[in-house]
Design a protein around this ligand. Sequence first.
Ligand code: ADP
Length: 174
Amino acid sequence: AGFASALLGGHRAAGSKSDVRERTLIAVKPDGVQRRLVGQIIQRFEQRGFKLVGLKMLQVSDDLLSQHYCELRTKPFYPRLQEYMTSGPLLSCVEYLIVWEGHKVVQASRTMVGHTNPLEAQAGTIRGDFSFHISRNVVHASDSLEGAQREIQLWFQKKELLNWDCFDQTLTCE
Ligand code: ADP
């Protein structure tokens, strides 16, 4: 196990099993899907070492979107956000919802995704590399542990999330 953890990096330092079971919700928004960025976005999280435990594509309804963004419903930009995220008459709005698991995955994902406004997002972040406008910023990432739990529950049924052992984590986190 010593050799494996030296090879695979940090997971032993991550501590207890519950620590590495943290989960977050990432959504590839309709502009990301239209621009065929889904593969590259998934790749970044895999590369970082996170484990994919849930994945679906869907067309989001106004109702579910307003539950997801319950804190933003009264903001002046909400109608624009709704138009961006939900299926219009052309049925062109598809998103991918992805649940990732791993040590401090909520915080790490926010860093990987970058600032809400792509103009302020650093190069190397998803928004900094792939977008330039706040209302087309490619991805969503839960902003807290509580937010992640709420959003995952909203979008996924329990049976749609898989508990599976990843070789590196099984080796190094016992
Ligand atoms: P984040 O997605 O970084 O967590 P928020 O939760 O504040 O940011 O906002 C949700 C989404 O609403 C943003 O990702 C963006 O697509 C959109 N949005 C936020 N602020 C604005 C704004 N001022 N104008 C247009 N769209 C906005």
